[in-house]
Design a protein around this ligand. Sequence first.
Ligand code: NDP
Length: 326
Amino acid sequence: MKALVIDKHDGGQQAALRDFDEAGLMEGDVTVRISHSCLNYKDGLAVTGKAPVVRRFPMIPGIDFAGVVEASAHTGFKPGDAVLLNGWGTGETHLGGYAERSRVKGEWLVPLPSGLSAAQAMAVGTAGYTAMLSLMAIERHGLTPDAGPAVVTGAAGGVGSVAIALLHRAGWRVIASTGRMEETEYLTGLGADEVIDRASLAGAPKPLGKERWAAGIDSVGSATLANVLSMTRSGGAVAACGLAGGMDLPASVAPFILRGVALLGIESVMAPRAHRTEAWDRLARELDVAKLDAMTRTISLADVPQAAEEILAGRIRGRVVVEIGG
Ligand code: NDP
């Protein structure tokens, strides 16, 4: 089959489009014929080798895929079923989605929600599903739009774009933080009520700042997350899901102990099945398809190495679907 394969050589790694013997597919009870995958920040790290995401060589990267079951020994799936997969180590420890086929454990698969095509599911991808997990965490904390606005950092990226659309649909006033003020029209089109320059959240964080929002979805980390926390209203909560600005957190405990602010960690890769199913059901119902289309472009497998460089450079707007085959 055709696949994007990362091979290791001389202490480095190289990603190339090549033939891959299907006999080399990994253990699993379901084989899926993949029609679409997508590009996430983690895929960028894997394909370029800029962080040690890949734990096995050769590796087929791609942490997400959607397609049709070709063969199954799992009672929950039969040939012809439309399915999708996010995470579980695919593209890291298990051969992933940038290929015509993948063999995985059936328990990793989610039936394609009705109302979403395979291409649309991959326009959502891990980034969009993580945005929904973040919204669900904020809601589980008991927050509603009455509490005040919600801030979204990394707003023009994948997680950020979907987060804006979902928060807007759920009735929140959305403040979008971006380094690309030229994308203001794009962001307001997705549902942002206000767009702020990310430079305003990049300075040395104070222990407490002016209270500006009740909730946040942060895909940036580092000083940005610390600033977001310091500006969160009493009783508010911030879902932390990313590290596009850095893995550190130069924060004070002041927001936690003086304002009762909560920091909600979001982890999508090993998220329990019940959360996944709920997230995907809600995405199918609540994500405006016209907005999803507006934030998505489609590339081929051959374009992935270039796009991987671009996502790490913060130059990708919204989401990228990777078209694999029929
Ligand atoms: P994108 O590259 O699409 O989006 C990241 C955005 O962050 C960029 O578009 C940019 O937005 C902003 N940004 C980039 N670099 C910096 C910087 N140095 N300082 C401040 N802002 C910056 O990536 P994704 O949306 O796919 O992923 C976002 C993050 O979420 C990644 O760190 C990813 O690893 C993480 N993630 C975590 C998951 C989990 O399970 N916890 C699952 C999915 C993603 P703008 O130009 O608008 O400022």
